[in-house]
Write a protein that binds this ligand. Sequence first.
Ligand SMILES: [Zn+2]
Length: 536
Amino acid sequence: MSVSGNKKKKIVLTLLLGIVCFIIYLNRPDPEWTREYPATKGKTCTIFLIDGLSSEIFKEELEAGHLPTLAKLISKSMYTENGNSSFPTMTGYGFFPFITGAEATESGILGLRWFDRNRSDGNLRNYVGRTNIHMNEDLSDSIKNFFELSGNAYTASINTYMNRGVKHPIMTGWAHTTAKYEGKSLFKWLRLIPFYGEDIAKDHFEHESEVLQMSLRQLRKNPKVHWVTFPSPDAYNHVFGTDVKYHQLIRHIDSLIGVYVNEVKSIGQESDRMIAVVSDHGISDVHENIDFCKWMEEHTGLHIERGKSVHVLSSALDEPIESLSKKDGYFVINGNLTAYLYMKNNTFVAKEQWKYPLPAPMLKNYPAGNKMINIPELLTQMDGLELIIYKENPEEMVILNGQEKAIVKRIDHRLSYHVIEGNPLNYPDSLRRIPLTSYQWLQRTTETDFPNAIPRIWQLMSAKGIGDIVMTSRKGVDLANDYEIFVGNYKGGHGGLRKEIITVPYILYRPGHVPGKMNAMNSAEVGRMIKEFLCF
Ligand SMILES: [Zn+2]
């Protein structure tokens, strides 16, 4: 054999060895499977979270008889077609209400990415990629989640970063990534590797089936609280938009939940186990991806930093604030249809410039080169943006939509929508200038373009750490051109307040309770119902 033949043989053998080692690593033993826990006492609960479930497609599939498990579960459950997600409509962050009964804005984090002005480094709190581990650390200590409230009892979860206190958390990050980018970039080739390809690079169907198998093993240990995420609808929509495969994934998930529900019965947990099927947000297809920072540079000369989309190599969040000394603002994207803008205050000394939120008068009179600009008003001229939201003062939030303007005011414990020009949320006359409770807002806006937007805007804009300006994109527009790795541009997203993104179904089966239908329910109410069932 020639020298180069030997060399080739060596390369192939090394590659094969690498693959085998990787498969062994992926299937490494997990001591949690055999660890013993005290017998679980009292009521138990399983929460299935279908990530990025379109309420319209869900309804269509349900009515066509394609979701037999969920149809049967609905007939025995408390059910609403108008579940209202947390805003921004984001994964992880949006899980908080389901496991605490408290609003996501009280969690201590403000989405999958936000900018913490009160740090000297790692200001961009970015939980996408390996830095996801920081989500639990950043959560407020004052609110205990249901895993923590379970004490010594066995609790389990699959695919949630928000897993503080879970006894047996499983993450299938690699399988999720290969499924998400199937057919894209290097993942296209991985699956083609003979014999091993399908093991190394699962598709969405295989990945979700694997998740189900692991959840069944956990179920047999009778977890007090069991969280199972099905991530594929969201991942598929981001990369490919909505097509027939999205529908098939929903059907597949229905069949998997069916297997789980049958197992609950056959191992005798039926009378104690509540089963909640929820989603964190809907989805919206996009056909235009805009570059906010470039637009700002061209129109104002201001330098706005966008930060990394994902941390693949390191879990460290340690970029020093000094690295932003030449920047004027920070643009933080969520989902990718909503974003926060944090501006620098040039009137302070260098080390204080990023520290404090900018009051409205400064946002409306911000130095850019040799002139002063009104940032919120300028943003209304940016084609892809829909709602521009900022705080006029602690009791008044401004909503702009093009030339239309309204103010959300708090009067005692009620909120009112004061239209100044036009009608930015396109609400009916009956909802203008009348102070309503959060419950009333939720119930009365389910059929509008922006269900429950008034309380959601109020909560977010009042949260500590929120950007000076919050913006959402118009239907069909994504705010993150050339942002994602592997695909460059997304074909679908979420994050905003529009009906198709914020409205999701909630199915809450509680053994021993009468079934019923509710007009609407917000995500924290789901958590409160679970809390009550578990007697926490
Ligand atoms: Zn997503």
